[in-house]
Design a protein around this ligand. Structure first.
Ligand code: PAF
Length: 305
């Protein structure tokens, strides 16, 4: 029978709770979150449990990764429900610090700029980094702090945030951080929509329209047998048929987010707004060299990445 997780609000409480696990050489698994937990997070916890003896979840809405114009204040905060989900999934410790605990003296973008932060480099300037300048500085800085506090053996991140996962892997590699990173499959609703804490902002009409992201990615996967341009054309045709979305980007890339290969494994990523809610999704994609049998019109390059 699960007793539910122990809640730590301060660094001292956290290190006290983890001290015995460390002494006993138990492997610590870590799932960093911003709360508003859903079945996607539960699957990250279960993945962490496969790699560790106990699982720690952090719940912290990190102000540094929101620009002053973004949805920090309205970001959902649902701690009692989050604790229940953690309890149902065997989480040992939930770390839910106040902002002052993570940013000494409280947070402001100016104050943080005066201190030491993680600067992610060029991979953070494309895709979501281009649409949300500074976002990944905030993500990597808080994840580095959390790694320092939890000192996990393994940390699990969702592939839904594919660029974030790539940047965290790069940070761990470049800063020689002693933690194994596991990327977990995206959890989807039965109609294909990727689970996200932001889905709860969608009204019924937007929720119905939101499936267009996954449908577009799947259409591109099918057409990728005819090359990159054909795959892009297929995805854009699906996206254009849904008037409720405002496309931010559709990108076809290599698995490392570089140029897509003519033949081989790549990634297709999309970001779009439905009203004021910004959603992202991505899938793996296998590109082949276009053949003469490509369907008429489908090799035309349309839309920008
Ligand atoms: O993916 C998220 O929920 C956040 O970006 C993370 C990794 C918890 C950092 O705040």
């Amino acid at each position: 029978m699960s007793e539910g997780p122990t809640l730590a609000n301060t660094r001292e409480e956290l290190s006290g709770l983890l001290a015995s696990a460390r002494r006993e050489g138990r492997r610590i698994g870590f799932v960093p979150t911003m709360g508003a937990l859903h079945e996607g997070h539960a699957s990250l916890v279960r993945e962490a449990a496969r790699h560790a003896d106990l699982v720690v979840v952090s719940i912290f809405v990190n102000p540094m990764q929101f620009s002053p114009t973004e949805d920090l204040d309205r970001y959902p905060r649902t701690l009692p429900d989050d604790l229940a989900l953690c309890g149902a999934n065997g989480v040992a410790v939930v770390f839910a610090p106040a902002v002052e605990e993570m940013y000494a003296g409280g947070f402001s973008h100016d104050r943080v700029r005066d201190g030491v932060t993680v600067h992610p480099g060029t991979l953070a300037t494309i895709l979501d980094g281009e649409s949300r300048p500074g976002h990944f500085d905030g993500v990597l800085t808080v994840v580095a702090k959390l790694f320092g506090l939890v000192q996990p053996d393994v940390a699990v991140f969702g592939q839904k945030d594919y660029q974030q996962l790539a940047l965290i892997r790069a940070m761990v590699r470049d800063l020689c951080l002693p933690v194994e990173i596991v990327g977990a499959e995206t959890t989807r609703e039965p109609d294909g929509l990727a689970m996200s804490s932001r889905n709860r902002y969608l009204d019924p009409a937007q929720r119905a329209a939101a499936t267009v992201l996954h449908r577009a990615l799947c259409a591109a996967q099918v057409r990728a047998a005819y090359g990159v341009a054909s795959a892009r054309w297929a995805a854009m045709s699906v996206l254009r048929a849904e008037p409720q979305i405002e496309l931010d980007y559709l990108a076809l890339t290599g698995a490392d987010l570089g140029e897509p290969p003519e033949n081989g494994e790549g990634r297709i990523l999309v970001a779009a707004r439905l009203g004021s809610t910004r959603l992202i999704d991505n899938l793996p994609i296998h590109f082949s060299t276009p053949s003469l049998t490509a369907p008429a019109g489908s090799t035309t390059e349309e839309g920008g990445s």
